[in-house]
Design a protein around this ligand. Sequence first.
Ligand SMILES: Nc1cc(-c2ccc3ccn(Cc4ccccc4)c3c2)n[nH]1
Length: 242
Amino acid sequence: MRIDVVTIFPGYLAPLREALLGRAIEAGLVEVAVHDLRDWTHDVHQAVDDAPYGGGPGMVMKPQVWGEALDAVLAADERPARLVVPTPAGRPFRQSTAQAWAGEQRLVFACGRYEGIDQRVVDEAAARMPVDEVSIGDYVLVGGEVAVLVMVEAVARLLPGVLGNPVSAEQDSFSDGLLEGPAYTRPLTWRGLSVPEVLRSGHHGAIARWRRDRALERTADRRPDLLAALPADALDAADRAF
Ligand SMILES: Nc1cc(-c2ccc3ccn(Cc4ccccc4)c3c2)n[nH]1
């Protein structure tokens, strides 16, 4: 997969080259290119924003600069690309979104700032490629860069070879519709707190049942919406007894 990010703050994307994802890039499992939007300005002030039509606070990002930047970035590789535009007004980005995007050959992320990007950039792009306007949560950021870091990590970890132990991607929180239950490691007792006996019993069936019960308990407590959204056949009799 090739990932391109266009932003006026390229330095914000430096963490992409750290740790797990950095190693995946070095291993050639994923390619990442970060581009400075201002490279496609032509005026001395390198203007990327202007006042909003219709008035209102803040500034809007100019369509001309974005149009030239996206044309150039898309032309740099013949693989078909999906354009992703983070915005507070987007459809929710979920694990299912990350799983769908993990199958893409190419993702191009457009990081807005100010009050966002002129809508015509999205509308014009949508005429020639798939475009997703996505939100990473119901809170307001200052720009799209942090959202891109979140989404790139969520997608990249699903790519073959990126995670050391691929099984964990399948056993993710949300992959079975439930939250992850509690996890423990050594020491057996820490500050007077001990690890649940069942986890040391060696009884794999009992352990699996205990873990499922803790996941159900936590999901019911913290995310009842997820429980309500589970398909009818997702809970077996033992789950219902819980
Ligand atoms: N989930 C999520 C995404 C964003 C986000 C993404 C891109 C941009 C570009 C500019 N802003 C600032 C902004 C504030 C308010 C209204 C519109 C834009 C952004 C915010 N916030 N929260």
